[in-house]
Design a protein around this ligand. Sequence first.
Ligand code: SIN
Length: 351
Amino acid sequence: MRTFIALTLLIGTGIFTALFFGFDLKEASTTLEHDDEQTGIRDETIITFSHVVAEDTPKGRAARRFASLVEERTDGEIKVEIYSNASLYNDQNEYEALKNGQIQMIAPATSKLTERFPRWQVLDLPYAFPTYEAIQEAYEGTIGETLLKEVEQDQMKGLTFWYNGYKQMTHTNQPLLQTTDFERAHFRVMPSPVLKSQFESLGASASELPFNKTYTNLEVDFVNGQENTLSNIYSKKLYEKQNHLTVSNHGYLGYVVLMNEAFYESLSEEHQVIIEQALTETTDWIRRHSIEMNDAHLRAIKRDNLMDVHYLPNRQKQAWQQRFETVYNEYELMIGHHLMREVKRIQNEYN
Ligand code: SIN
């Protein structure tokens, strides 16, 4: 009986203490207010940013840099969710997804816009821009301004151009140096008629394939060659299916950063300024760092003996360029005299 009374007293004291001292009701309600799971308590805007390349590439790293600048400067009011490696949309459907507002931001290779806007092919012309400064002038000058205006027709906001690098040629089993080396070769290209014509002018054929299908198409031998930047070749392990790399710098691969216009307009002016500022800084960063990233990937390819590396001699380069004259003539009308004149002006300035 004594034990029963002692136990009852103990439990009673416990309940009494918990009720009056143990539960800090103020603390409990504070915790609830900061519960991010509760909808409506915190106003957070999500920017879904979809792209097709690996994380450790110029675009992959620039996207992350942009995201952290925006998140930090909006104090977490805007969150940028990045989907890399075509894990959400690939390069065949990301433009449509942006247009429909399913995502808010993409940065496709400029070649991917050429089907919708043929004048964008100006950026694909072989040997169009001889130096990095020439590329910058193309993106920031008349060419860039003219092209960015075109995307407004699709209710897109063309924000800026991002840099990757010069494209190089790879092939399964032979070096690509002489124009005759291209005969009977079949290349994967991005969807741009100029790029197809570039290979046809060298006597090869080409098929347009999405970036994330390049490796498998090389694997099954549907194509036996491709052109890309060193960072894309390395990060997608294309060297596992390609034995020869020709450092030719015959074209430049860069990106256009696009946002759904209705979404952009729905943002407060303060947030728009933060986004634009973060983009300006990121563009400057990727312009400077993309060169070193591609160089580092070339060093890794050589160090680990991943492919036989050949440098295109000047004599062969001139032979390629002679073939490419037909491409310039074929597309002059489609691209327009205004932009073609600007390409020639830039070439004269930087050659
Ligand atoms: C990219 O860099 O976004 C992809 C380029 C390609 O399709 O080759």
